[in-house]
Design a protein around this ligand. Structure first.
Ligand code: NAD
Length: 254
């Protein structure tokens, strides 16, 4: 399948997890992939693997994001796809009772303000092209509450979801599709390491997932490739849920 043949695709947070799996999937479908990360080591490795380009950029820095998209258009002539995916989930973001302003502001800046910057500086190029697909990574926690709270993270993803819906509506008649991706929990190395050490914690979470397992990054990447491609040509302003059934469940079988 080469649905993304010669499309120029920017992926933020391409060095790890969902971003890394998506860089591989986009490249397999024929895209020219611009791999963006703050980590030069991880970003360069993936760029080399997918025969793409690495750009070092902190997505929380407005000027850097502006230069990122202007630079991509200068070098490649266009930007067809922006997967605004970089995000953080630090340990000092916890219950509202113990989470400080510093953690709150840091998480909102990296997870939400970054998406504001990426859309702000990608959209004008897509307007000139009369076409483009933007996918912003939210989360299932933008749709469901958790008693084991990460309050800033949850608020940050709710912001991504609402912003995406509004942008999707605003630019729908200009050929630009803007969708939010809501993944369920993904089996990233960090998560699996945590749960390998504490099987009881894993079991407490898995009981909520009808499929009884976490997603593989490649399963999320497949959904991103669909949203990026013309197969999703009638989809915009949507919340695309890829969660193993969590949001549909009241009681799940054991
Ligand atoms: P990850 O930690 O494996 O990868 C994130 C990448 O983003 C890293 O390579 C990191 O260096 C990069 N990054 C972090 N801050 C950055 C910044 N300021 N500028 C540029 N790059 C930066 O994360 P992941 O699990 O693949 O998550 C990717 C996205 O999916 C995040 O937005 C996350 O909130 C969301 N998400 C993850 C899960 C999950 O269970 N893993 C579930 C739902 C949503």
């Amino acid at each position: 399948m080469e649905r993304l043949q010669d499309r120029v695709a920017v992926i933020t947070g391409a060095g790890s997890g969902i971003g890394l799996a998506t860089a591989r999937r986009f490249a397999a479908e024929g895209a020219r992939v611009v791999c963006v990360d703050v980590s030069a080591e991880a970003g360069e490795a993936v760029a080399q693997e997918v025969n793409g380009e690495f750009v070092a950029c902190d997505v929380a820095d407005e000027q850097a994001v502006r230069e990122l998209f202007d630079g991509v258009v200068r070098r490649h002539g266009r930007v067809d796809i922006a997967f605004n995916n970089a995000g953080i989930s630090p340990p000092d973001d916890d219950s509202i009772l113990v989470t400080g302003l510093d953690a709150w502001e840091r998480v909102l800046r990296v997870n939400t303000t970054s998406v504001f910057f990426c859309c702000k500086y990608a959209i004008p190029h897509m307007q000139r092209q009369g076409k483009g697909s933007i996918i912003n990574t939210a989360s299932f926690v933008a749709l469901l509450g958790a008693a084991t709270s990460q309050i800033a993270y949850t608020a940050s993803k709710g912001g991504v979801l609402a912003m995406t819906r509004e942008l999707g509506v605003q630019f729908a008649r200009e050929g630009i599709r803007i969708n939010a991706l809501c993944p369920g929990p993904v089996a990233t190395p960090l998560l699996m390491d945590l749960f390998a050490k504490d099987p009881e914690r894993a079991a407490r979470r898995l009981v909520h997932v009808p499929m009884g397992r976490f997603a593989e990054p490649a399963e999320i990447a497949a959904a991103v490739a669909f949203l990026a491609s013309d197969d999703a040509s009638f989809m915009t302003a949507s919340q695309f849920v890829v969660d193993g059934g969590i949001t549909g469940a009241y009681v799940t079988p054991l």
